[in-house]
Design a protein around this ligand. Structure first.
Ligand code: AMP
Ligand code: MN
Ligand code: MN
Ligand code: MN
Length: 284
């Protein structure tokens, strides 16, 4: 592995308006390029419809681009995980159908969330959230969060999750997403590599996290995000160690959603620690 390769400014996790990002796919690509990104993947939640515009813009500005997706998964009964697929074929019929089915539950869930929020005095949340939605088949909790901030019931999006929308909070509605097995198989069948997104974000013990990594690897999962937006150096070192132990490739992604809403901007992550094999060895 050459050092140059390890130091590549890759950003392999971010969002556009086709899911819950604030910028269009073209704007995401232009911003990533302006920030010095050398390899970019757009990874909208359960949705591929931004990839053509992103790739066309990337070709225009001369930025290497990887087709990506971030799949919502329910693991071990009630833990929501996110699995990023990198280098997938955006025209793969099986993947397109599976994701369309996965998205189809979101609207009903959004209506249920709105009912729950209504009970605690947050009224009109469904209609309110819709004003922030660009893709009607992709209503996310992030859209609800923007509405709740707008009406002054929380000071920022993060607080909305702490008080209203996070797991076991009043507006939380349990939802069953894809299984880990399905997500890995869909990504593999569409020619991609799967990576566990932001492994720090899950509210499970380190023991459970290791069990999940083991299952993921046994299913054919190949990578984890060793670097994700907003984590500290000690966390990065821990995930570097785990990547080596489990034999995972290392991914790097800001999880950028928009200016002012993300702790790390596109292409502004630190370098991967030494001694890892970057996931982009399989992508470029
Ligand atoms: P959903 O897929 O509809 O459940 O929404 C999940 C999205 O909500 C994530 O992708 C983030 O954009 C956002 N989100 C979840 N938890 C938090 C948090 N603690 N702070 C900020 N945004 C969050
Ligand atoms: Mn999101
Ligand atoms: Mn995520
Ligand atoms: Mn994400």
């Amino acid at each position: 592995m050459s050092t140059v390769n390890l130091k590549l400014n890759a950003d392999l996790h971010c969002h556009s308006t086709v899911s819950d990002g604030l910028l269009t796919p073209a704007e995401v690509v232009r911003r990533a390029h302006a920030n010095g990104t050398e390899l970019l993947a757009l990874t909208d939640h359960d949705e591929l419809s931004g990839l053509a515009e992103a790739r066309a813009t990337a070709d225009e500005v001369g930025l290497r681009f990887v087709d990506g997706v971030e799949i919502s998964v329910t693991w071990d009964n009630d833990t929501t995980l996110h699995v990023v697929g990198l280098g997938i074929d955006p025209a793969h019929a099986g993947l397109c159908e599976s994701l369309a089915h996965l998205r189809s539950g979101r609207d009903r869930r959004a209506l249920q969330m709105s009912d729950e929020l209504d009970k605690v005095g947050i009224h009109g949340a469904y209609q309110g959230a819709l004003r922030f939605v660009s893709n009607p088949s992709l209503v996310s909790r992030a859209h609800f969060a923007r509405y709740i901030v707008e009406i002054g019931r929380a000071k920022d999006v993060k607080s909305v999750f702490d008080y209203w929308l996070g797991k076991d909070k009043p507006g939380y509605v349990r939802h069953v997403w894809a299984s880990l097995e399905q997500a890995v198989a869909w990504i593999r069948d569409a020619g991609g590599v799967s990576a566990i997104a932001h492994p720090l974000r899950y509210k499970i013990s380190r023991k459970e996290l290791r069990r999940m990594f083991g299952e993921f690897r046994d299913l054919g999962g190949e990578a984890i995000e060793v670097l994700s937006g907003g984590q500290c150096d000690a966390d990065t070192r821990e995930f570097a160690r785990l990547a080596r132990e489990f034999g995972f490739l290392a991914s790097r992604g800001s999880d950028f959603h928009g200016p002012g809403e993300s702790r790390i901007d596109l292409g502004k992550l630190p370098a991967l620690p030494e001694g890892l094999t970057p996931v982009w060895t399989k992508l470029v």
